[in-house]
Design a binder for this molecule. Structure first.
Ligand code: NAP
Ligand code: MN
Length: 270
């Protein structure tokens, strides 16, 4: 009787270097006796994403934020989530099989979009980096912001971004938001080009809150709006409310034993 093989799903970015790396990785894993799949199967014990952070985010969304560990092979992008370089694949496989990798848990964020009209009802979106609510075109949007049931302000500007700690180093950082250690489960509300004048008043800094506290955004009526979760855009024009909070889903990312978030921040940003 043949033993059932362990399944590893490999998701590969479309550029040539990623494809070559993916082929090499598949060969090495098959030689070790794994069944390697190009389409996601829930029985997989590991998901490997080959590419940059964008490829990792796409893989995560395509697989539906499963409880299975992920690891990233970086093929020449920034690679904040991507722990392994193509030259270190053998070393990684050895460490994976020896069980000496460490698991980094990353909290995710969800947005519930509520429409008044029953036909559209409710929609839920999950993201790892951030959820953004902004105008569909380039117009100023007016959004009533509440945190934990307290009305904070009528925000006017390009939009509002709600980042997780894992996403704090992405778009949030470019907007002047703070870098947060992913061991802290928090959300950061960062304004995108807030208007401050005698006509409008909004906070210009990020607001940091525990992940469990819901952020409520009520748009003024009749504004063309989009919700963007990790770069995926959805039209939410006509929504009466968007509730953003920690989703409770945690992503498990494999790291090498010497991984340190702050070392990564230093090497990738300074
Ligand atoms: P992209 O336009 O290629 O991403 C922009 C850069 O952000 C890339 O260098 C990407 O790394 C990096 N990145 C993604 N997640 C990160 C994280 N958690 N920490 C540090 N850097 C991170 O688009 P993409 O690759 O599909 O990624 C989607 C993300 O792009 C969104 O979630 C958003 O955060 C970010 N974004 C940033 C800006 C901005 O900074 N102005 C504007 C739009 C979107 P790789 O090179 O490894 O892919
Ligand atoms: Mn990218």
């Amino acid at each position: 009787m043949t033993e059932k093989k362990s399944v590893i799903h490999i998701s590969v970015n479309s550029d040539e270097y990623s494809r070559k790396t993916g082929v090499m990785l598949r060969k090495k894993l098959e030689a070790k006796g794994y069944e390697v799949t190009a389409t996601f199967k829930p029985e997989a014990e590991l998901i490997i994403s080959v590419g940059g952070d964008g490829a990792f985010l796409n893989t995560l969304h395509r697989c539906g934020f499963p409880d299975i560990p992920f690891v990233g092979v970086n093929t020449g992008h920034l690679g904040f989530f991507q722990e392994i370089s193509p030259e270190n694949i053998d070393d990684f496989i050895e460490k994976y099989e020896a069980g000496v990798c460490v698991v980094q848990d990353l909290e995710t964020v969800k947005a519930t979009v509520i429409h008044q009209d029953e036909y559209r009802g409710q929609a839920v979106f999950t993201a790892l980096n951030e959820i953004i609510v902004r105008g569909s075109n380039s117009q100023t949007v007016h959004l009533d912001l509440s945190i934990g049931g307290n009305f904070i302000e009528k925000f006017s500007g390009d939009g509002l971004l709600v980042a997780t700690s894992a996403g704090s180093t992405a778009y949030n950082y470019s907007l002047g938001g703070a870098i947060a250690d992913p061991r802290i489960n928090m959300l950061q509300v960062t304004p995108i080009a807030a208007v401050n004048s005698t006509a409008y008043r909004s906070f210009t800094s990020s607001l940091m809150l525990p992940g469990s506290l819901p952020v409520r955004i009520r748009p003024e009526a009749e504004q063309p709006l989009v919700l963007i979760g990790d770069g995926n855009k959805h039209d939410i024009t006509g929504a009466s409310e968007v509730i953003i909070e920690s989703s409770g889903k945690v992503i498990h990312l494999l790291r090498l034993e010497d991984y340190s978030f702050w070392k990564k921040v230093k090497t990738k940003f300074l």
